[in-house]
Design a protein. Structure first.
Lengths: 287, 311, 276
């Protein structure tokens, strides 16, 4: 059937050309036109009747933008994250997930997030204004104060307030208490990250929590290794130069690796433990 | 080579919206038209006349059988170069004027600009549309459209023209002109194939006819062969025939009817009349008219169709 | 004397070859152009478009320091939107109207194949679009000139791509017009237009939805739908960013191939269609 062949061949050609276009000009296109009109209120007026669909669209673009940027080691700037989120929630203020997602990733330090916790707080405050009974937002906000800003008093206050809301899980109040008493200790941190992991609403937030849990594990490991090194110093009288020395002295059974599988490195001079630069742990928290 | 030839030409349609049934609009039509003749395709409504033409013109595709025009397949552009077609309810681009339409079609036939100009003029004059030539078609009356229709069918000086109900929409003068035109065409050697249900026209013009009913060919052949041309009766109208005189010639006629001073007498054949005539003349009876009555095509047609059952 | 028809077969025989194919397509195209030009609706649309472009002046005055940008933005958008409306409204009528009104009964018995006819109609409408786009372009440039803005040839790149987009849309409209009624094909064409603009977002679904099956489906859909984003450089042009010639080249290639595909499909369908 001649026309059939022609159509098939032309379609293959279309696919080929489209792929080529995406390859060469895709990046350019996606950033430029994402925010052709960047004023959310104007946008809302223009899209009358279709705000929800448009909000979904912008949400898709946000996730793609952020996910794409994260994978791409070279382009390190998340300028568009906040505007995209703003547009999404302006078009559809009921889009609760967008607020939480924004709170998480705007606050995460670069390169895991945009590194702008104040913007994250501003966004979540808008969410709280729109949905005063939504306990989740209090958790998100409280967490920003707790983890990124290290303001334990404020964090606890927020968690307590959220815990009073209907439907809030019981552990919010207990967590508040622990933060007040234990402050920045690792166990509290682990507990909270575990909670965030288990109750995550998007796969990206869940993965983010998992990364942080691994980081905490790594810190524990590094502490343990540090203790072993101290024992070594006591026994042998100097700092070890290589892990093999610890193994041969019976303190270690194998080469130590971090939760992502990358080896730990022994510091150049005074026996510090560091993760390998190739490790996927990311930037470790300082606590 | 015949002008038109069909073998087993069949067309089925699917009717109904949900459960579609097949309806056979044309059933195994075998037709032959020779060059140079006027051929009439007749039948009641829904018999399949227009379907036949649509199949021949390539507007619809056959479900079975085959057809050839001028010995060539139906999609042959060289064949189309030599034919003309007038559709049943012609509708052309209403934003064009008559002249523009003819020019456009002339372009499609490959006529040169000079040829187009001349042909336009000729044809418009021929169909009496010269004054309306530059009026847009949307303002045409039915008669005007019909005339333009015949003009566009002749743009390319065709060897063979197909006319679907050519007389429709024409006033009596127009119909007379159309008849003349058809005869002229035949005189120039053009084959004319036309569908009509005005049987008197067909009887006047056609050399051969085919009768369709419910998609099937009922009969086809020369007009003279189909219709019994032998005399049925002789209708004689006289004045001054007294009842007493009438009773004298009682045996020689079939029946009579009085109408005022006149009497209509029906003789069985011309011999009976010829025998009676001298007596009538002697008796002072005045002859008003003598009319042979033959079977008309209409009689024949109605009889055939009634036999086959009407749609 | 016989003015009516040829007598001997040789009369007709001398013209058996008829007009060359390309020329026939050309005649149909020109007649189609004439058809659209005489269509009152077209004038209204173009008038509207020029009004839109003119009113962008008013809007520009409102947003401080942004008049030129707004005029360019709205001007380009008007050309695109009105072009789209013209393309769909007239495109759907191209074939459906001829079938409904039976004007095809006069054409198809002539020595022109259905495909040649269809192509002629397509190119005729492309010509109409070209003229309209040029009129609107001139209107835009006149306005910019009145605003004392120096001549910006970069806008022409965006307009060229808009024209390609419209040519593609017409081909879509024709495709639908070969097998559905006017109203339906208009709806479908409009739908394809919207979907084509959002097709790149289809790909993004992968990152949000967790499913192994869906990405395959969306990827197929993405390639299947015409990607109108390929022709959208309005933002870049107005912002003054460079648009490489290679991008224009690839977009043109995409348009040409996709249009060819649609036309082949349309001809294929139309060839088989029984007219009522």
């Amino acid at each position: 059937m001649k026309p059939g062949f022609a159509i098939g061949a032309l379609f293959l050609a279309v696919v080929a050309v489209q792929s080529r276009i995406d390859e060469s000009f895709g990046e350019y296109r996606s950033t430029e036109e994402i925010l052709y009109i960047d004023n959310p209120r104007v946008l809302k007026k223009l899209l009358v009747g279709f705000e929800n669909v448009a909000a979904d669209l912008y949400w898709l673009r946000t996730v793609q933008y952020f996910g794409g940027k994260r994978r791409d080691a070279n382009n390190k700037n998340f300028d568009l994250l906040e505007p995209l989120l703003r547009i999404t929630v302006t078009l559809d203020p009921k889009f609760k997930i967008a607020y939480s997602y924004g709170a998480t990733f705007l606050s995460e330090p670069f390169p895991q997030g945009a590194g702008m916790p104040s913007k994250g707080i501003a966004l979540i405050d808008d969410g709280i204004r729109q949905h005063p009974g939504h306990w989740r937002f209090y958790l998100d906000k409280g967490f920003i104060y707790y983890w990124h800003l290290r303001d334990f008093d404020k964090a606890a206050e927020i968690l307590l307030e959220g815990g009073k809301l209907q439907g809030a899980p019981y552990w919010m109040k207990t967590a508040a208490g622990r933060i007040l008493t234990e402050g920045g200790d690792r166990q509290t941190a682990r507990g909270l990250w575990q909670v965030l992991h288990d109750t995550a609403e998007t796969p990206q937030q869940r993965d983010n929590a998992a990364i942080h849990l691994r980081q905490l594990d790594a810190l524990d490991q590094m502490d343990a290794l540090q203790k072993l090194i101290a024992v070594f110093v006591e026994r042998v009288g100097r700092h070890p130069q290589r892990w093999e020395e610890l193994i041969s002295s019976g303190l270690l059974t194998a080469m130590p690796v971090d939760p992502t599988g990358a080896p730990y490195l022994l510091g150049p001079s005074r026996g510090e433990v560091r993760p390998s630069p190739e490790s996927k742990l990311g930037v470790l928290p300082s606590h | 080579m015949r002008a038109v030839e069909t073998r087993g030409l069949t067309k089925d349609y699917l009717v109904g919206s949900l459960l579609q049934r097949k309806k056979r609009a044309l059933d195994a039509l075998d037709l032959e038209v020779d060059e140079g003749e006027i051929f009439g395709l007749i039948g009641p409504n829904g018999a399949g006349k227009t379907t036949t033409l649509k199949l021949l013109m390539g507007l619809v595709f056959p479900s079975g059988g085959e057809a050839r025009i001028l010995g060539r397949p139906l999609d042959d552009p060289e064949m189309k170069q030599q034919i003309g077609y007038l559709p049943e309810h012609p509708y052309f681009y209403d934003y064009l004027t008559g002249r523009e339409l003819l020019t456009y079609f002339g372009q499609l036939f490959g006529l040169s600009r000079e040829e187009r100009r001349q042909r336009c003029r000729e044809l418009l004059e021929k169909v009496g549309m010269t004054e309306a030539a530059d009026v847009p078609l949307r303002k045409y009356s039915k008669g005007m459209t019909q005339r333009l229709g015949i003009a566009q069918a002749l743009v390319n000086r065709p060897r063979l023209v197909f006319l679907d109900e050519p007389m429709s929409g024409l006033d009596p003068i127009g119909r007379r002109e159309m008849s003349l035109l058809v005869r002229e065409l035949r005189e120039s050697g053009v084959t004319v194939f036309f569908c009509s249900h005005i049987l008197s026209d067909v009887e006047q013009l056609c050399d051969r006819v085919a009768i369709l009913n419910r998609g099937k060919l009922v009969e086809s052949g020369r007009l003279s062969e189909i219709v019994d041309v032998s005399l049925r009766s002789l209708e004689v109208v006289v004045e001054g025939l007294t009842p007493e005189l009438e009773s004298r010639i009682a045996g020689s006629f079939q029946h009579s009817r009085r109408q005022g001073p006149r009497c209509h007498i029906s003789f069985g054949d011309s011999a009976d009349f010829e025998r009676t005539l001298p007596f009538l003349v002697e008796s002072g009876v005045r002859l008003v008219s003598v009319t042979p009555v033959k079977e008309t095509l209409e009689d024949h047609f109605v009889r055939e169709v009634k036999a086959g059952g009407r749609e | 004397m016989n003015a009516v028809a040829g007598t001997r077969p040789s009369d007709a025989g001398s013209r058996v070859e008829g007009a060359p194919v390309l020329r026939k397509i050309g005649y149909v195209a020109l007649n189609t152009y004439r058809e659209t030009v005489r269509d009152k609706v077209l004038y209204n649309l173009v008038l509207f478009a020029l009004l839109m472009i003119g009113s962008s002046y008013v809007l520009g005055a409102i947003s401080v320091y942004q008049e030129i940008k707004v005029i360019k933005d709205l001007g380009l958008a008007s050309i695109s939107i009105f072009g789209m409306v013209i393309a769909i409204f007239i495109g759907i009528g191209l074939v459906s109207k001829e079938i409904d009104k039976r004007t095809l009964y006069g054409i198809l018995p002539k020595p022109i194949s259905r495909s040649q006819f269809l192509l002629g109609k397509y190119f005729g409408l492309c010509l109409t679009l070209l003229v309209n786009v040029m009129v609107m372009t001139v209107g835009l440039y006149v306005l910019l000139f009145l605003m004392k803005e120096p001549f910006a040839p970069a806008l022409l790149k965006a307009i060229f791509l808009v024209y390609l987009e419209l040519a593609l849309l017409v081909a879509v409209a024709i495709l639908f017009s070969t097998f559905t009624s006017s109203i339906l094909s208009g709806l479908f064409a409009g739908f394809v237009y919207a979907a084509g603009y959002l097709s790149s977002d289809l790909k993004n679904l992968e990152s949000v939805v967790e499913s192994a099956f869906l990405p395959q489906v969306t990827r197929v859909l993405y390639y299947l739908l015409p990607n109108f984003k390929n022709f959208d450089v309005k933002a870049a042009v107005v912002a003054g960013d460079p648009v490489p010639w290679s991008q224009l080249g690839w977009a043109t290639a995409y348009a040409a191939i996709y249009i060819a595909l649609l036309l082949v499909g349309s001809c294929w369908i139309f060839q088989k269609r029984n007219l009522k």
